[in-house]
Design a binder for this molecule. Structure first.
Ligand code: PEP
Ligand code: MG
Length: 874
C-alpha cells in the first residue's frame, strides 16, 4: 500500500520530492530537536492522485488523513473539535520548489460556534478568539468555496461605518461576535448551505483547496517562469496552530540568517509582539527589527539566534525562517533556503566558500542563472517601484527597466532622443525598418508578437528592455495616443516598462544603473573553470560584439548580416540592389555595400581578438528592406531614376503570402548568386585586412542559412569557395576559413548525414526549427500560446525553452547523423534557446561544442553550462 501521509517525525530533509520543501524541512527541524509545532504532511503523490482521480480525494487517502489526525491529537494532547481543549491547525501548501505566495493557506482551522468559546476560555481572550473565528470564516470561504474575501471586506466596512470607527482594531468583542453571525448568514445566502461546523469536513475542504491551488493561474504562470513541471504537484502540511497574539509574552516574526538584499552576514528580519503572522503582512502595526528582540526577550533571542545559526550550518545555505512565541515559548514554523537578490546570491555563494561551508561546485549550483540578468540591466528605483501599480502586463521579452516618453514611430523616437530625453517606442509590431528607432529607445512595447518576434530578438540583442504582445493596448493613430486599462496615454507622455516581468506602468518611475560587484567576476571565473561547453554570442555590430566579449563570449556564433543593412546610406544601397532589373544593376549596387560590410566584419574580428567568428549570409525575405510609407517610396524612386509606380510594382512583386517560408535564406543566393559572392568577398577581404594590420589570427566561419537539400548547399558553397579561394590566392596571406550550415529546416535534420559531407559545421537554428517543426509562426504564436498555457496543453513557450521531446529529438538525431559522416564536425546552437538555462543543459548533454546567445545572456549561459557539467560530467 502506498503511504500518503507522514508525521513530521517520520520524514527528513532529503524527502523534498515526496513531502515538498516545507514538509521536508519541518521534518528535518523536528529530527534536529528544534521546537516545531507538530503535525503531518500529505504527500505530493496524493496531489497527483487527486488529479488522476478527477479532482477527488480517494476514501483511502481520506481515511489515512483521519488516522494521522488522531496521532497528531495524541502528540499535541489537544483534540479536534474539543470545546475544552481544542486543536486548531494551519493547512499550508508546500511544493518541491518554493513558490512563495502562489498557492493557498488556511489558518485557525477547527473553529466553530462551540470551539470558539473554548478558545476564549483557554486563552482568556475573548476578542482574540472571535477575531480568529471571523478571519477563519473569511479565509475558508475565499480559499475553499471561492467566495471572494473582498465581499467580506464590504461587510466589515459596513460594520465599522455603523459604529463610526476607522480601524479593525477599534472593533470590540461584541462587534466581532456580530460579524461572525453576519458572515455565516452571508455564506448561507451566497452558497445555499451552512458554514461547515464539523472540523473534519473543514479539514478535507482545505486539503482539497490546497491541491486545487496547484493549478491556479498564478501558480501556472510562476511554474512557467521558473521551469517547474506541473507533474510535481504540491504537498499539504497540517500543523498545530500556535498563537503569537496571546499577550505581551507572545509574538511572531520572520528572519533571514543573512541580509537577502546585500548578502551581509547578520541576522536580518522583523517581529511584532502580541500579534499573528497576518498582522505583520497586513502592515497594520509596524514591526520591529529583529535585533530589538534581544532587548525585549533576551533568552528567546539567544535561543532563536542559535537555532538560526545551526539551521544555516545544517543546510549550508542562507535560511529564511518563520517563528512564533507563544506565552514565552519559541516555536519554529518553517525554514527554507531564502530568496535573495542577484547581488546577495553572489556574495553569499562566495562567502560560504570562504567560510569552508561549501565547495565551488556547490556555490555554482546555488545560483539561478536567470537571476544574473538582473546585474546587467538598469533597474527601477526600489522605493519608487514599490509605490507603483502596473496597468497591464505582457511577455517579458527583453529584461531590464525602462522609463521614457512615448513615441509611436521610429522617426519620432529618434527625434525625442535627440532632445536628450528617454524614449519608449510603442508599436503594433516592429519591423527591421524600425531598427534605428529601437536603438535610441530605452524600452520597446509592442501590441503583437511573441518571445522570438522581431522586436524581442532585436531588443534582446541590443540589451534593450522590451515588453511584447500586449493585445490589450489599442493604438489610436488619429489622436496620437494609446489606451490601456481604460487610461489614455498621449505621445510624449511618460510610461515605464519592466522587461523582466512584462509589467507596464503608465507613469514615470526612475531607474538606476545596475552595479556589478566584485563577487560577480570571481563567481564567473569559477564557471569557466568548470564548464566544458563553449559560450559564444549572437552579435551583429561591433558594439554588441565588444559588449559580449566583455561578458565572456568566446567567439561569435551568429552574425545576422541583414541587421547591418538598415542604417543610413546602407538601406539606400540595399534597396537599389533589390529593385535592380538586371544583374549588372544589382552588381553595381552590391559594390556600394561591399566596403561597408567589409568594414563591419573587420571590426567584428578585432572585437573577438582571434576567437572564431561565424558570419551568416543574407537570410530574410527581401521585401523587409523595402519602404512602406509613401515618402520613402518617393525618395527611392527619385534616387533610382524610376517612377513611383515602378517601385510599387517591385513591392507588389516581392509580396509573399508566407514570407517566413518564402524567398529567403539560401534561396536568395540561388536566385541572386552575386549577393553571396559580395558577402563572401567582404568576409574574406576583411579577414586578410585584419591579419595584415594586426597579425592576429582570424578564422572566419561562413554559414549558409535555411538549407533543406544537399544540392542547395553544394550550389551556394561553390559560390563561396570559388570566390574565397581566388581572393586568398591573390593576397598571398595564409587564411583558413570554414563553410557550414544552419540546421533549421526539419528536412536538413533528417538528412544531416548527407549535409555533413559538405558542411564543416552545423549550427542549430532552433527558432526556425521550432517554427517549422510545430508549424507555429514565430511571429504570431504569442497570440494563442496563452490559451495553451491556461488550458494546460503547454507548460512553456517552445520558442523560449527548447521542446526537448520533439524539436530536441531532431537536433539529437542530426548530431548523430552528422557525426556519422564527419566525426570531427563542429556543432553549436544559435537559436534563442542558446541562452536559456534548461536548453543549455540539453545542448551539453547531447554533446554540442558551443551555444551562442545574445550578449546579455552570455553570463547566464556560462553559469548554466557550468551547472550542466556538474550535474552531467562529460
Ligand atoms: C534560428 O532560426 O534559430 C536563427 C538563429 O536564425 P533567425 O532567428 O535569424 O531566423
Ligand atoms: Mg533562422
Amino acid at each position: 500500500m502506498v503511504k500518503y501521509v507522514y508525521l513530521f517525525s517520520e520524514g527528513n530533509g532529503s524527502m523534498k520530492e515526496l513531502l515538498g520543501g516545507k514538509g521536508a524541512n519541518l521534518a528535518e527541524m523536528t529530527n534536529l530537536g528544534m521546537p516545531v509545532p507538530q503535525g503531518f504532511t500529505i504527500t505530493t503523490e496524493a496531489c497527483t492522485k487527486y488529479y488522476e482521480d478527477g479532482e477527488k480525494i480517494s476514501s483511502e487517502i481520506e481515511e489515512e488523513i483521519y488516522e494521522y489526525l488522531k496521532k497528531m491529537e495524541a502528540i499535541t494532547g489537544k483534540n479536534f473539535g474539543d470545546v475544552n481543549n481544542p486543536l486548531l491547525v494551519s493547512v499550508r501548501s508546500g511544493a518541491r520548489a518554493s513558490m512563495p505566495g502562489m498557492m493557498d493557506t488556511i489558518l485557525n482551522l477547527g473553529l466553530n460556534d462551540e470551539v470558539v468559546v473554548g478558545l476564549a476560555n483557554l486563552t482568556n481572550n475573548e476578542r482574540f478568539a472571535y477575531d480568529s473565528y471571523r478571519r477563519f470564516i473569511q479565509m475558508y470561504s475565499d480559499v475553499v468555496m471561492e467566495l471572494p474575501k473582498k465581499r467580506f471586506e464590504v461587510i466589515i466596512d459596513e460594520i465599522k461605518e455603523k459604529k463610526g470607527v476607522k480601524l479593525d482594531t477599534e472593533l470590540d468583542t461584541d462587534d466581532l461576535r456580530e460579524m461572525v453571525k453576519i458572515f455565516k448568514a452571508f455564506y448561507k445566502q451566497e452558497l445555499g448551505s451552512e458554514f461547515p461546523t464539523d472540523p473534519r469536513e473543514q479539514l478535507m475542504g482545505a486539503v482539497r483547496a490546497v491541491f486545487r491551488s496547484w493549478n491556479n493561474e498564478r501558480a501556472i504562470y510562476y511554474r512557467r517562469m521558473n521551469d517547474i513541471p506541473a507533474s510535481w504537484g504540491t504537498a499539504v502540511n497540517v500543523q498545530a496552530m500556535v498563537f503569537g497574539n496571546m499577550g505581551d509574552d507572545s509574538g511572531t516574526g520572520v528572519a533571514f540568517t543573512r541580509d537577502p538584499a546585500t548578502g551581509n552576514k547578520n541576522l536580518y528580519g522583523e517581529f511584532l509582539m502580541n500579534a499573528q503572522g497576518e498582522d505583520v503582512v497586513a502592515g497594520v502595526r509596524t514591526p520591529q527589527p529583529i535585533a530589538q528582540l534581544k532587548e525585549t526577550m533576551p533568552a528567546i533571542y539567544e535561543q532563536f539566534a542559535n537555532i538560526a545559526n545551526s539551521l544555516e550550518k545544517h543546510y549550508r545555505d542562507m535560511q529564511d525562517m518563520e517563528f512564533t512565541i507563544e506565552k514565552g515559548k519559541l516555536y519554529m514554523l518553517q525554514t527554507r533556503n531564502g530568496k535573495r537578490t542577484a547581488a546577495a546570491a553572489l556574495k553569499v555563494a562566495c562567502d560560504l566558500v570562504d567560510e569552508g561551508m561549501i565547495t565551488k561546485e556547490q556555490a555554482l549550483i546555488m545560483v539561478d542563472p536567470k537571476q544574473l540578468d538582473a546585474l546587467l540591466h538598469p533597474q527601477f528605483d526600489a522605493a519608487a517601484i514599490k509605490a507603483a501599480t502596473p496597468a497591464g502586463s505582457a511577455l517579458p521579452a527583453s529584461p531590464g527597466a525602462a522609463c521614457g516618453r512615448v513615441a509611436f514611430t521610429a522617426q519620432e523616437a529618434i527625434e525625442v532622443s535627440k532632445t536628450g530625453e528617454p524614449v519608449i517606442l510603442v508599436r503594433l509590431e516592429t519591423s527591421p525598418e524600425d531598427i534605428e528607432g529601437m536603438h535610441v529607445s530605452q524600452g520597446i512595447l509592442t501590441v503583437r508578437g511573441g518571445m522570438t518576434s522581431h522586436a524581442a530578438v532585436v531588443a534582446r540583442g541590443m540589451g534593450t528592455c522590451c515588453v511584447s504582445g500586449c493585445g490589450e493596448i489599442s493604438i489610436n493613430d488619429a489622436d496620437h495616443s494609446f489606451t490601456l486599462a481604460g487610461k489614455t496615454v498621449k505621445g510624449g507622455e511618460f510610461i515605464s516598462l519592466d522587461g523582466s516581468t512584462g509589467k507596464i506602468y503608465l507613469e514615470k518611475i526612475p531607474t538606476v544603473e545596475a552595479t556589478i560587484s566584485g563577487y560577480f567576476g570571481r563567481f564567473m571565473g569559477w564557471t569557466d573553470e568548470v564548464r566544458s561547453l563553449v559560450v559564444r554570442t549572437n552579435a551583429d555590430t561591433p558594439n554588441d560584439a565588444k559588449q559580449a566579449f566583455g561578458f565572456g563570449a568566446q567567439g561569435i556564433g551568429l552574425c545576422r548580416t541583414e541587421h547591418m543593412f538598415f542604417e543610413g546610406e546602407r538601406i539606400a544601397a540595399m534597396r537599389e540592389m533589390i529593385v535592380s532589373k538586371t544583374v549588372d544593376q544589382r552588381i553595381s549596387a552590391l559594390k556600394k555595400l561591399l566596403p561597408m560590410q567589409q568594414g563591419d566584419f573587420e571590426a567584428l574580428y578585432e572585437a573577438m581578438e582571434g576567437n572564431p567568428v561565424t558570419i551568416r549570409l543574407l537570410d530574410p525575405p527581401l521585401h523587409e528592406f523595402l519602404p512602406t510609407d509613401e515618402e520613402d517610396i518617393k525618395a527611392l524612386a527619385a534616387e533610382m531614376n524610376l517612377t513611383v509606380a515602378d517601385i510599387k510594382a517591385v513591392i507588389t512583386e516581392l509580396h509573399e503570402f508566407n514570407p517566413m517560408m518564402g524567398h529567403r535564406g539560401c534561396r536568395l543566393a540561388v536566385s541572386y548568386p552575386e549577393i553571396a559572392q559580395m558577402q563572401a568577398t567582404a568576409i574574406i577581404q576583411a579577414a586578410i585586412a585584419v591579419i595584415k594590420r594586426t597579425g592576429m589570427s582570424v578564422v572566419p566561419e561562413i554559414m549558409i542559412p535555411l538549407i533543406g537539400d544537399i544540392n542547395e548547399l553544394k550550389y551556394v558553397k561553390n559560390i563561396i569557395t570559388s570566390t574565397a579561394d581566388e581572393i586568398i590566392a591573390k593576397s598571398g596571406v595564409e587564411l583558413a576559413y570554414h563553410v557550414g550550415t544552419m540546421i533549421e529546416i526539419p528536412r536538413a535534420a533528417i538528412i544531416a548525414d548527407e549535409i555533413a559531407k559538405e558542411a564543416e559545421f552545423f549550427s542549430f537554428g532552433t527558432n526556425d526549427l521550432t517554427q517549422m517543426t510545430f508549424g507555429f509562426s514565430r511571429d504570431d504564436a504569442g497570440k494563442f500560446l496563452d490559451d495553451y498555457y491556461s488550458k494546460k496543453i503547454f507548460e512553456s513557450d517552445p520558442f523560449a525553452k527548447l521542446d526537448q521531446n520533439g524539436v530536441g529529438k531532431l537536433v539529437e538525431m542530426a548530431v548523430k547523423l552528422g557525426r556519422s559522416t564527419r566525426p570531427d564536425i563542429k556543432l553549436g546552437i544559435c537559436g534563442e534557446h542558446g541562452g536559456d538555462p534548461s536548453s543549455v543543459e540539453f545542448c551539453h548533454r547531447i554533446g554540442l561544442s558551443y551555444v551562442s546567445c545574445s550578449p546579455f545572456r552570455v553570463p547566464i549561459a556560462r553559469l548554466a553550462a557550468a551547472q550542466a557539467q556538474i550535474k552531467f560530467p562529460r
